[in-house]
Design a protein around this ligand. Structure first.
Ligand code: 1QQ
Length: 374
């Protein structure tokens, strides 16, 4: 198989492609360009996340290539928000010798595509997948995105404390791996906090009319509505809730971490509470430098998905430099050696389960932007 051509990574001697270098860390020098593939949703329902991820990756590669020693060639391919398309994009990256694969954008897609990389021994770094079980697919699968299980419990706890929640209605799409996983986390977090779930209402990822479900929710007179949805559903759901006179808080999962919510739902988005893996208000130099560079390059600020993408390339660079090699098994090994790496997300470590650990933040939409919930 093709993957075998570039999977021996014992270092020192170099390879035909020259992906092993000399030195280590900052002093690492690799002669060949290190190819990195990214499968992102640039079209379809998740395109607003994917476009932001592409910007974050491209900015990071620009910055990393200014450093001496290692040069990256990033190849971004559209997974079209479609698991079948993602499988063929992954197959392409496996065949073309990519040192690592970043993505895909959605957990629902990742569960289908990741086995292609795992079976071929190509390391994958998920930069936005938050469902339970992503990294359990194999020892080549890593992520820098916090899971819903790492973010939702503190979001629910903070919302309870601020808003005195006693009774909520939960709504989620039950045909997407991320929104289902998020729902399970919400359900158990609500139970842990002793908050009553008066009703649980389901819909499809493709739905855009929530008026009848919202009318049912309103009849329970809940203290809040807790929602696990992707952005294409979140926008009309929030908009229609306000139109129907539901003025209770709405608490969303990771799908809500998207500036399209405020751009498209406008005033209806005010007061929405969302837990996040990136704190835009962080004044660490890694974050303020990232935000300034992003704004300068693209003329608008980044979102969480851009920050996770940028940090993802920093993690790949760390993993490559640790063993000074772009060989796949060396990058895999390097990814197990990420401890307190400074990034715009804070200091990131990758744990023994190949999941990320770093601080999370609870936000509220205020004046059209995410602000830290105080
Ligand atoms: C997942 C998610 C999405 C919101 C990423 C864009 O968290 O699919 O896991």
């Amino acid at each position: 198989v093709l993957a075998g051509c570039s999977s021996s990574g014992d270092g020192g001697g170099g390879t035909a492609e020259g992906l092993t270098g000399s030195g280590s860390g900052d002093s690492c020098v690799i002669d060949a360009t290190v190819p990195v593939g990214a499968a992102l949703s640039l079209t379809g329902g998740a395109a607003s996340y994917g476009e932001s991820q592409q910007k974050g990756l491209e900015l990071a590669v620009e910055h990393l290539n200014e450093k001496d020693g290692v040069e990256y060639a990033l190849s971004v391919e559209d997974d079209a928000t479609d698991p079948r398309q993602a499988i063929s994009v992954f197959e392409g990256f496996v065949a073309d010798g990519s040192s690592a694969i970043i993505g895909p954008t959605l957990s629902n897609t990742a569960f289908q595509a990741q086995p292609i990389a795992q079976e071929s021994g190509v390391p994958v770094l998920a930069i936005s997948n938050t469902a339970t079980g992503i990294t359990e697919q194999g020892d080549f699968i890593f992520r820098d995105s916090l899971t819903e299980a790492q973010v939702i419990p503190q979001t629910i706890a903070a919302a309870k404390e601020k808003l005195g929640l006693e009774k909520v209605v939960v709504m989620y799409s039950n045909d997407d791996a991320f929104t289902e996983s998020g729902f399970e986390v919400m359900e158990s977090a609500l139970e842990d906090e002793g908050i009553e779930v008066a009703d649980t209402l389901t819909f499809s990822v493709k739905d855009t009319d929530f008026r009848s479900l919202l009318t049912t929710a309103k009849q329970q007179d809940p203290d809040a509505i807790v929602v696990s949805a992707l952005i294409e559903a979140a926008i009309p759901l929030v908009t229609q809730a306000r139109e129907l006179g539901i003025d209770q808080p709405i608490i969303g999962g990771n799908g809500f971490n998207n500036p399209a919510l405020m751009a498209d739902a406008g005033d209806a988005a005010e007061g929405v509470i969302v837990g996040a893996a990136w704190n835009s208000a962080s004044d660490s130099p890694e974050n303020t430098d990232f935000m300034a560079a992003f704004e300068e390059k693209y003329g608008a600020g980044p979102d969480q998905f851009a920050a996770q993408a940028y940090a993802g390339m920093q993690i790949i660079d760390h993993a490559v430099r640790v063993n000074c090699s772009g060989e796949r098994t060396d990058v895999q090994d390097g990814l197990t050696q990420v401890t307190d790496l400074p990034t715009p997300l804070g200091a990131i470590s990758i744990n023994a389960d190949r999941d990320a650990e770093h601080p999370a933040v609870v936000q509220i939409v205020k004046d059209g932007a995410f602000a830290v919930l105080q």
